[in-house]
Design a protein around this ligand. Structure first.
Ligand code: AMP
Length: 579
């Protein structure tokens, strides 16, 4: 294994990373650093977060900055504000002893004026989310004419979030001689399109296999009936006293519900989802980072870009739809060489998906039975006993109090004192598990009798009948109908892009339900009138667009012929016209 010095890292950067505790290069760094320093034009790196990828591109980028030129030379695009800030902070750390290097994070939701002022003072490295960068470029307050290196970080996530066209737009404004580095945890087909279009004979680096996920993450699942899902989560939470976990839920409502229940039952938990304001999100993330929270209950979207080391477990409260999402979720643990576990609490119907994930990831998922109440109490007790054994006693602080404490407890035997300490900590837990029924594993038949399951089927039936119109929007969101569907070539990414292309300002799009001839999407209540208004009188090809607030239990009929196609074969979105 080579040292950072042997990879060509300059002394002032070496000094900074030594302070950060980087002793040896991580595998992705060993591969990428010499290539970037040696002037390789294009690189594709398949690597998860937690593999050390930020330093892999960050160190050579800082080293190659010409501090005399006060204009952007390197552009790093990433999907979220959190990741944007994290990368900027890392680059600032690396450049601590390099004079004159300025890194600017550019992201939506913060004052554009202060970003413009910083740009005017001169920056060499821009770390940006695509939307805000385009905004700045359109205002002509910056130019990318001198950019020689472009990094697309978490490229698959950017595409998932509907940024494909924005990326195309940005890349068209960068000199064609630039070199490009693309990082992605997974390799969906759309990434190959980008690499083909923008890269010349790229060198491909794979840290682990494609779509494989982190190497040091164990994959475990528990099968329960829908009714027992929350109880199973509680058992897992109780069985690992030192757990530090993200619990992934599918919807904002479920996220809030689970977090509320956990909080009510005395767990250190909080929720992170799209309905929170930026400052609420920052507060929750601050508490989680400082380990004041043991459980962060989050939706996939809200958890994007979360960059916290030491997460011991990822808990999937139900499986995500595709293997890419699962890989992203599980990649939040097992970072920086540590071990992690990805636990899924699944319904019997999801068993097939487990096999599918096993095949695509080439990983074995271990089926486990939930710990019994007795096993949980035993584990917790021993954890406490262990803590008592290892606690560092602050002799000087407590010295003055000890004589009176000893006097007060003088009449108790040592055994009695131990019993009392344990009871103090554990009475509630012991009582709960004493009276709690053990959770039975479901069989095909028991799952068919599952109450929740039946209501599930009822919901699905009614939604089939009315085409999904009667589904309620998430709290704070309005459900909107659009007469574009799968038959038009729509998919979540191009539909999101289509909406954002037309509506001014950034629209936070929630749940999307694509049906054959039409679709529903959710937007924050306060933006719904603007969205509806924007599409009034708009035509796509020769078809009039119908965009309106969905009526509850509204039925929809087929409004298009079978041959219609609004988005082209490659899923590219059209521009609407007004007549
Ligand atoms: P990343 O994949 O860039 O999010 O990095 C994951 C974590 O590994 C971060 O906390 C980095 O600070 C840390 N890290 C990166 N490179 C090294 C290294 N060579 N030695 C030790 N830690 C590192």
């Amino acid at each position: 294994m080579k040292t950072f010095e042997q990879l060509g890292i300059a002394s002032e950067i070496l000094e900074a990373i030594q302070e950060l505790g980087y002793e040896q290069p991580m595998p992705v760094q060993e591969e990428v650093i010499p290539l970037l320093l040696g002037g390789t034009r294009d690189i594709i790196a398949l690597a998860q977060t937690g593999t050390g990828k930020t330093a892999a591109f960050g160190l050579p980028i800082i080293q190659k900055v010409d501090a005399q030129k006060k204009a952007p030379q390197t552009l790093i695009l990433c999907p979220t504000r959190e990741l944007c800030l994290q990368i900027s902070a890392d680059l600032n750390d690396y450049s601590k002893y390099v004079n004159g290097v300025k890194v600017l994070p550019v992201y939506g939701g913060s004052s554009i004026d202060s970003q413009i002022r910083s740009l005017k003072r001169g920056v060499q490295v821009i770390v940006a989310t695509p939307g805000r960068l385009i905004d700045l470029l359109n205002r002509k307050v910056m130019s990318l004419d001198l950019v020689h290196t472009v990094v697309l970080d978490e490229a698959d996530e950017m595409l998932n979030m509907g940024f494909t066209e924005s990326i195309d737009d940005i890349l068209s404004r960068v000199p064609s001689s630039r070199s490009m580095l693309l990082f992605s945890a997974t390799m969906p087909r759309e990434i190959s399109r980008i690499t083909k279009k923008y890269m010349e004979n790229p060198i491909e680096i794979v840290v682990g296999r494609k779509n494989e996920g982190a190497l040091n993450v164990k994959h475990v699942y528990y099968m329960v009936t829908a009714r027992d899902k929350y109880l199973a989560l509680k058992r897992i939470a109780d069985y690992y006293p030192n757990i530090y976990a993200i619990v992934f839920c599918r919807t904002r409502r479920e996220t809030q519900e689970i977090a509320d229940k956990l909080i009510q039952e005395g767990y250190d938990a909080d929720s992170l989802h799209g309905e929170l304001s930026q400052s609420q999100r920052d507060m929750v993330m601050g508490k989680f980072r400082n380990k004041n929270l043991q459980f962060l209950v989050a939706t996939d979207v809200a958890a994007r870009g979360i960059d916290v080391d030491d997460i011991t477990h990822v808990i999937n409260y139900g499986l995500p739809d595709d293997v890419e999402s699962y890989t992203h979720r599980s990649g939040r643990t097992g970072r920086a060489g540590k071990n992690g576990t990805s636990i899924s609490i699944i319904h019997i119907k999801e068993k097939g998906k487990i096999s599918q994930f096993e095949k695509s990831m080439n990983k074995q998922f271990e089926r486990r039975t939930l710990p019994t109440g007795e096993a949980i109490c035993e584990k917790q007790l021993f954890n406490l006993v262990d803590k008592i054994e290892k606690v560092k006693v602050n002799e000087t602080e407590i010295a003055s109090l000890l004589p009176s404490i000893f006097r007060k407890l003088d009449w108790l035997e040592k055994e009695d004192i131990i019993k009392r300490i344990v009871s103090l900590e554990f009475d509630r837990l012991l009582e709960y598990y004493h009276s709690a029924e053990e959770i039975m594993e479901p069989t095909e038949r028991s799952s068919r009798n599952d109450r929740d399951d039946r209501s599930d089927r009822r919901d699905r039936k009614s939604s089939d009948k009315d085409g999904g119109g009667s589904r309620q929007a998430e709290k704070g969101y309005t459900r909107i109908f659009i007469n574009i569907g799968k038959m038009d070539g729509a998919n979540p990414a191009n539909l999101m892009g289509f909406i954002n292309d037309h509506v001014t300002g950034k629209i936070n799009i929630g749940r999307i339900d694509l049906l054959q001839n039409f679709s529903f999407f959710e937007v924050p209540e306060d933006t719904a009138p603007k969205v509806v208004q924007t599409f009034k009188g708009l035509f796509v090809e020769d078809r009039k667009l119908v965009v309106e607030v969905a009526q509850e239990s509204e039925g929809r009929s087929n409004s298009g012929g079978s041959a219609r196609k609004t988005f082209d074969k490659k899923g590219r979105r059209p521009k609407g016209r007004r007549y």
